[in-house]
Design a protein around this ligand. Structure first.
Ligand code: C2O
Ligand code: CU
Length: 579
């Protein structure tokens, strides 16, 4: 069983146990004896079963189980200790076990709420808050059922509640000593590098574009979705003038995966101010990394990218040879882009398919009709990639894979989520059952480039209750906090930095650090065994633990966030800073 499914199973069992106890309590209050006993027995079993799931989770990693061991387990024990013996002695009036059963239900719901609303890290405050809630709810039920809690019970309730209120700040407060999130920098000017050799102008505006035969409202660069494809050759100085015609919420250009100087990174409020209607901003950087990249607005990025403010950036090592095809996949107004395309290709032509996922969720790509190699991932060439046949690849949100092959005499087709997007002739192959490539064991390994790690950070991804501008929201959190309350990772120039990224939620988080490519060290404790993988976007699936490292060699303040842009907007954004 994977850790992801264990997390899900544990959650389901906790919900069932809670429902069983509460249902049993209600049934006994209503004097429905068989129903009450049945539900209570079921709840007892479910509660005991959690000993297994919680132990297994703790063995997978403390991050997955901390609050379950420290808060859920004691509360479950209390539930069993209080309700169990009463059940055995419930010979007389079944109503006499109502309060113990309800107590057990409150105890397991309290623990459940801690997991669902707060998660990791467990704090004493959260635990006390849960206990106070349980005690208070039990006291109220007791009263409602006509009994009266004794003096001692009332006093104890009051004491616990007060203690919880005094210390119980764990749900809402940011960790101590959080440096303020970066804002209001003296933004540096773009024109610090040499004379440009490649010039582009991108004008952002609302537009109507045609997607699969239908007009849809979009936000577009130069009235097209995707925006114009920007190309350069290594050594070029690229200059892009961004103008905003009428996007009220502002635009910027972020060069996704391109490790430009910080002032050119295009993050509003961090590296520049958003470009408002009528304004312009000039980006300039030297193209010194070859590969497949893309650009997109970073202002209200969830909406902006979804509406169409993105395009391809390709930097070639030299003059083009063979056939070079870019396939930027996107979903616009629920319809897939680009439109399917067929072209005749002469046998023997070297072909490079540059696959780009500009959506917020993973896509599956399958190339049928030829053997191919994955030549590069996220712009970086792989070492010793071997030929693959009948193998699919999963590309995370924001990620790119370059597939290379020599065109065979027979047709070839690229399927994205089962749909042929690009082909050289008719191909009818079912690709749905193909195995998926694991890049961590593809290609030839090389020794780690660094003998040491200078700084480490652990990022535990989850969901939780958060106060955002005084309004509660169910945020996507990192270490129990949400943007702007997540402490930044502070590094020094030259540091070798390791991130351990843990996903204890039920959803995939495609991780994306700006300004640096990270080298994958391990996943779930297993060292990366294939070609070195230098990534800027990687899926951390539920229950996974990734260790990645990078050299801090690009000073500035860098966004570090989930590239499911809805998650990024709902709290899962933080920053890497240089001291
Ligand atoms: Cu492609 Cu911060 O984003
Ligand atoms: Cu996410």
């Amino acid at each position: 069983m994977t850790t992801g499914s264990l997390l899900a199973a544990d959650l389901v069992i906790a919900v069932l146990a809670t429902a069983g106890w509460l249902g049993g309590g209600a049934a006994s209050a209503a004097r429905r004896r068989p129903l009450a006993l049945g539900l209570a027995a079921f709840a007892l079993l479910a509660t005991l079963a959690r000993a297994i799931t919680i132990t297994a989770l703790a063995r997978a990693g403390w991050w997955f189980a901390a609050e379950k061991v420290l808060i859920a387990a004691p509360l479950s024990l209390a539930a069993v200790a209080v309700a169990g013996p009463r059940l055995l002695r419930a010979a007389g009036d079944i109503r006499s076990v109502a309060v113990p059963l309800l107590f057990a239900g409150y105890a397991t719901s309290g623990a459940l709420l801690v997991t669902v609303l707060h998660g990791y890290p467990a704090s004493a405050g959260t635990g006390l808050l849960a206990v106070a809630g349980v005690v208070a709810a039990t006291a109220v039920s007791w009263r409602a059922l006509g009994a009266r809690p004794s003096r001692t019970v009332s006093r104890a309730t009051l004491a616990v509640a007060v203690a919880a209120l005094v210390t119980g700040t764990g749900l809402t407060a940011a960790p101590d000593g959080v440096p303020a999130a970066p804002h209001d920098h003296g933004y540096r000017d773009a024109r610090t590098v040499d004379e440009p050799t490649r010039r582009f102008t991108l004008t952002a505006g609302t537009a109507t574009v045609r997607v699969s035969g239908r007009d849809v409202a979009a936000w577009a660069f130069n009235a097209q979705v995707p925006g114009p494809e920007l190309t350069a050759v290594v050594g070029d100085v690229v200059e892009v003038t961004l103008r905003n015609r009428d996007i009220e919420r502002g635009v910027t250009l972020h060069w996704h995966g391109y490790d430009v100087p910080n002032s050119q990174d295009g993050v509003p409020g961090v590296t520049q101010a958003a470009v408002l209607p009528g304004q312009e901003f000039v980006y300039r950087f030297r193209a010194d990394q070859a590969g497949t990249y893309w650009y997109h607005t970073h202002s209200v990025s969830d909406v902006g990218v979804r509406m169409g403010l993105y395009g391809v950036l390709v930097v070639r090592p030299g003059p083009m040879t063979g056939l070079d095809v870019t396939v930027p996949v996107h979903t616009l107004a629920g319809r897939p882009l680009p439109a399917p395309r067929t072209e005749r290709v002469e046998a023997g032509t070297p072909v490079r398919l540059r696959l780009i996922n500009t959506d917020s969720t993973t896509h599956r790509y399958a190339l049928a009709g030829t053997a191919f190699r994955v030549a590069a991932i996220d712009g970086f060439d792989l070492r010793g990639p071997t030929p693959l046949v009948d193998t699919a690849v999963l590309i995370p949100a924001g990620g790119r894979y370059d597939l290379a092959f020599d065109a065979p005499a027979t047709p070839v087709a690229l399927f994205v989520d089962g749909r042929a997007l690009y082909s050289t002739g008719p191909v009818s192959t079912a690709t749905g059952a193909w195995p998926v490539l694991d890049p961590l064991s593809y290609g030839v390994a090389s020794p780690a480039p660094w003998p040491r790690i200078d700084r480490e950070f652990t990022l535990v991804l989850d969901r939780g209750l958060d106060l955002h501008e005084l309004l509660p929201r169910y945020a996507h959190t990192v270490n129990g906090a949400a943007d702007p309350d997540i402490p930044p990772q502070v590094v020094r120039l030259g540091d070798i930095v390791r991130f351990t990224i843990v996903n204890r939620s039920q959803i995939v988080h495609p991780w994306h650090l700006h300004g640096h490519h990270v080298l994958v060290l391990s996943r779930d404790g297993k060292p990366s065994a294939g070609s070195p993988l230098w990534l800027d976007s990687f899926d951390v699936r539920p229950g996974e633990v990734w260790e990645v490292a990078f050299r801090a060699d690009n000073p500035g303040v860098w966004a570090n966030h989930c590239h499911n842009l809805a998650h990024a907007d709902a709290g899962m954004t933080m920053h890497l800073m240089y001291s």
